[in-house]
Design a binder for this molecule. Structure first.
Ligand SMILES: [Cu+2]
Length: 403
């Protein structure tokens, strides 16, 4: 999750979406007048998506054409959380994470902003005409939110959690042909496949390494991510690393997506959010300080206790900088997680032994991610999808030109 955001130029996928739908609209205009007024339609759109520890932070499609009176059901199909948020005229985007109560000397209690976390309107069905704030609240996997659009117009919407995740609903007058749900679904799947391939490609290009440290031991690096445009790889790379007793591991996160490096030493993983009663309203969604801030954060780890990096990353909510290091003092096999993304499979293993010889060149001594074998297949599939999309655009443009 990310808290800061700014309007960005449309990404490549958004441009593709606009091109595909615009072609459809031109074709549709040609038969305007032949379509009788019809009942309101509910279309489906996807908020995010992902697979194989890669999260895609886009609305699919991101440009949505409907007729006045229609509605859109936004569905979240993946573990990453999202919001679907339409701001009121002139409204500033709300912060995702806010301090609770007055400032105190210690670290603040941070909560998910209730204005973002819970639906608006609080009750009844949501309808947006550009005037009042409409918000899905946090959408978990499988949850959805329906908004109807009674008035013609162009309405921007955002995910407050992911910078750059935004879309537009174009509400056209009744009778103008808009894309079918099947065309939307095809576009959504094509975008997802292309984004997943992009994520795999970025993951495969990550370089990690090692160096001799001041103690004469080896410091090994593990990368989190990577993130590329709206695609976030939720992995530790390498996923499994063999080191010697006395060696140090440094985890680096230079992306805007916060991650944690958390060893529980066999105990249950901590909850990220601790709901606390708050008067008669919804509970306060308190960010667990044991996750948000460093805890027993080194320099040594002997395989016992709770060790947490805090949020590491280059974004504004990082509480612990962009890197975290631990020196392993005891032989053993230790698993760790990112508490934020463990549900997406973000976990790693450090095998601490003896006799691991750091190679003098390359990364041959670094264990490969078990996901490596799947890379080629996925990349191939993504390429096929891209080719199919190119074909679709050419076909649509040709038919639009004919029309
Ligand atoms: Cu993470």
């Amino acid at each position: 999750l990310k808290t800061s955001r700014r309007w960005r130029r449309w990404g490549a996928l958004g441009a593709v979406a606009a091109a595909v739908v615009a072609a459809g609209i031109v074709a549709g205009s040609a038969i305007e007048g032949t379509t009788a007024t019809r009942a309101a339609t509910k279309y489906t759109d996807f908020a995010g998506g992902g697979a194989n520890s890669i999260s895609v932070e886009t609305f699919r499609p991101s440009v949505i054409f409907v007729n006045a009176g229609d509605s859109v059901e936004f569905t979240n199909p993946y573990e990453e959380i999202h919001t679907v948020t339409f701001l009121a005229a002139g409204q500033k985007e709300p912060d995702l994470i806010v301090p609770k109560g007055p400032a105190t000397a210690g670290p603040p209690t941070l909560i998910f902003n209730p204005q973002v976390a819970f639906p608006a309107p609080a009750q009844g069905s949501a309808s947006f005409d550009g005037t009042s704030y409409v918000n899905s609240g946090i959408l978990n996997k499988g949850q959805s939110f329906v908004v109807s659009f009674p008035k013609e117009g162009t309405y921007k919407f955002i995910c407050v959690i992911h910078e750059g995740m935004e879309g537009t609903v174009q509400v056209l007058r009744s009778g103008v042909t808009v894309p079918t749900q099947a065309a939307r679904d095809f576009e959504a799947k094509t975008q997802l496949d292309a984004a997943l391939a992009k994520g795999e490609q970025a993951a495969a290009a990550v370089q990690t390494g090692k160096s001799t440290n001041a103690a004469g031991k080896t410091t090994w690096t593990v990368a989190t991510g990577p993130s590329v445009s709206q695609v976030d790889v939720m992995r530790f790379i390498p996923t499994r690393l063999q080191i010697n007793v006395g060696d140090t591991v440094t985890w680096n996160n230079t992306t805007l997506v916060p991650h944690t490096v958390t060893f529980t030493s066999g105990a249950a993983a901590p909850e990220l959010v601790l709901p606390q009663p708050s008067g008669s309203g919804p509970p306060d969604l308190v960010l667990n300080p044991q996750v948000l801030f460093p805890a027993n954060a080194g320099p040594n780890y002997d395989g016992t206790g709770y060790v947490n990096s805090g949020f590491i990353g280059a974004g504004p909510e990082a509480t612990a900088g962009t890197s975290f290091s631990l020196t392993f003092t005891k032989a053993g096999t230790y698993t760790y997680i990112c508490v934020l993304h463990a549900d997406q499979g973000m976990a790693g293993t450090i095998v601490v032994g003896t006799g691991v010889t750091p190679p003098s060149t390359g990364d041959a001594g670094i264990a490969r991610s078990p996901a490596g074998g799947r890379l080629l297949g996925l990349a191939g599939f993504g390429l096929a999808a891209l080719l199919a999309l190119g074909f679709l655009i050419r076909t649509r443009s040709a038919s639009a030109a004919r029309a």
